[in-house]
Design a protein around this ligand. Structure first.
Ligand SMILES: [Zn+2]
Length: 89
């Protein structure tokens, strides 16, 4: 089964199987959605690629951007959220 979605995150740097015309293989993820926005790290060109296309062309992750480190729980950050009084209005 290879239908598992790849969890792209903003700031990820990915290496694709085919090079950009400029010769670069590495791209930074700058936009998420049905189409993934990528900036070529070599020439700076920005493109939109359908997520499925990107998954097919993806060779490797070089850097994980927003990836949560294993063991980091949401509870820690939840505790630092400013507490807003619900009866504000
Ligand atoms: Zn390029």
């Amino acid at each position: 089964m290879n239908s598992e979605p790849v969890p792209f995150a903003l700031g990820d740097v990915v290496r694709l199987k085919k090079p950009h015309p400029c010769g670069g293989y590495d791209w930074t993820v700058v936009r998420l959605g049905a189409d993934i926005g990528l900036t070529c790290t070599t020439c700076g060109r920005r493109v939109l690629l359908p997520r499925r296309d990107l998954e097919r062309r993806l060779k490797a992750f070089l850097v994980r951007g927003d990836a949560q480190p294993e063991g980091a729980s949401c509870e820690a950050s939840a505790a630092t959220w400013p507490v807003v009084d619900a009866a504000e209005s």
